[in-house]
Design a binder for this molecule. Structure first.
Ligand code: PA5
Length: 430
């Protein structure tokens, strides 16, 4: 069973918090939003119970690992990268690539078009053992295709065309797009991104499942956690905490003027989860002059960077703390310097204890200062809980789209910049 809970008490009990009348007032619209989501489910809602993508991803991952792969380069951007990066950062060793005896090959993400990053990947990847996974639903994202072309050249130079083809995977829309065409011409392996699942909702398709399986993570457990969330939402409807969160955050923005939503995990391993969520929320809801601005932070690090602003800056934020009950590792703090009162007190405690005490202290301090905050609590950082959380936050975002009256599944605002890029780079027809 996934252990993920949502606590909104400090969005209600702080001064200026949401009252019963706010929540009662929004209830009919929230119910309509969740009924719409369940009555005509968008593609991402069926993913947790679809096991074919996990099977295909695991099968290919076994082949990759069995081939003695040294490097796995995941090429993609936006929704085609942030989910896989969040999973990798959350569940694998933070120094995975440097670890001897690691599970699977080194993993590299080629996301931006910054040549320094791509060159660095090519500096360390051993072409003799490199696999490349090109991930683009549209099949023509300039950043992804440019990264792919460079890596393709690297592999063709080292291994010849045949060698390159045997080590390249195209994760894309199986029905259309230029990457599909390339995969047919070059007989590449293909993993599907279902037509009805948009990039930022695709972490539980092969987009996220293949890289997870390549490093030996339990992709079925990711899906099991997500399926538990879907089942609960079906049972509880507008009462489900993830759905209630849609109303809370919508009201904080539209009725209280709190248009910044900070996600602040107290675990380094969840820093990319916050980055994934920032894209999900921003790209899904920022339309028609609406939407609150998501922002990622990490506790305790940002207590020494941003918490001053959260405590005493403009009253425009909601802080969402993500707390981990059982950290995967802990270290006792040795006793020393007993005679120095500013140091000696730490000895005998543990690092995880300090992290969680600071998490609780920040929550209390925010609350006492009249700064609305909520908490998502994970029993542990594991596949099941992460799967649950992905699904819950996707459901919350989709329900929020209905409350804002925007289409959570498109992103027309990014087209203008793409068009100018195509024109300047000489893409025919633009
Ligand atoms: O969420 C989205 O749809 C976008 O962020 C896309 O994932 C991103 O633009 C990359 O698109 P594609 O997968 O087509 O390369």
């Amino acid at each position: 069973m996934a252990e993920v809970t949502f606590d909104y008490l400090n969005l209600r009990e702080v001064e200026g918090g949401l009252g019963k009348e706010d929540l009662d007032g929004i209830q009919p619209r929230l119910k309509e939003a969740v009924d719409g989501l369940l009555g005509d489910p968008p593609g991402f809602m069926r993913l947790p119970k679809t096991r074919e993508y996990a099977e295909a991803s695991s099968g290919l991952a076994d082949e990759i690992r069995g081939s003695g792969a040294t490097d796995f380069v995941h090429v993609g951007i936006g929704g085609s990268a942030l989910g896989p990066m969040a999973v990798h950062r959350a569940l694998n060793h933070p120094y995975h690539n440097a670890l001897s005896g690691r599970r699977g090959p080194r993993v590299h993400f080629a996301e931006n078009t910054d040549p320094a990053t791509l060159s660095a990947i090519l500096d360390v990847a051993d072409p003799a053992g490199t696999w490349v996974n090109v991930v683009t639903k549209s099949g023509s994202t300039a950043e992804t295709m440019a990264n792919f072309l460079v890596i393709r050249g690297f592999l063709v130079d080292a291994l010849g065309s045949f060698g390159y083809q045997g080590r390249t995977i195209a994760t894309t829309d199986p029905e259309k797009g230029f990457l599909k065409e390339i995969s047919e011409r070059e007989d590449l392996r293909v993993l599907p991104i279902p037509a009805d699942v948009g990039g930022r909702f695709s972490v539980l398709t092969p987009v996220g499942l293949l890289p997870a399986a390549v490093t030996g993570l339990d992709v079925n457990a990711l899906l099991t956690g997500a399926a538990q969330c879907v089942d609960e939402v079906r049972e509880q409807g507008a009462e489900h905490p993830a759905v209630v969160g849609a109303a809370m955050h919508y009201l904080m923005d539209t009725a209280r003027g709190r248009n910044v939503r900070v996600m602040m995990p107290y675990a380094d391993s969840l820093e990319r989860l916050a980055a994934w969520f920032v894209q999900l929320w921003a790209e899904s809801l920022g339309k028609d002059g609406k939407g609150s601005t998501p922002h990622g932070a990490v506790g305790t690090t940002d207590q020494h960077s941003q918490v001053q602003l959260y405590m005493e800056g403009p009253q425009d934020k909601v802080i969402e703390i993500v707390e981990v009950q059982e950290h995967p590792r802990d270290l006792p703090i040795p006793k020393a310097y007993d005679d120095l009162e500013g140091v000696g007190y730490l000895g005998g405690h543990t690092m995880a204890e300090l992290l969680n005490v600071e998490c609780d202290a920040t929550r209390k301090a925010l609350t006492e200062a009249g700064r609305p905050n909520s908490t998502i609590k994970l029993g542990a950082v594991n596949e099941e809980n992460l799967g649950y959380l992905f699904q819950a936050l996707e459901i919350q975002t989709a329900a929020s789209g209905a409350l804002y009256g925007v289409n959570a599944f498109d992103q027309p605002g990014v087209e203008a910049g793409k068009e100018i890029t195509y024109k300047r780079m000489g893409r025919p027809g633009h």
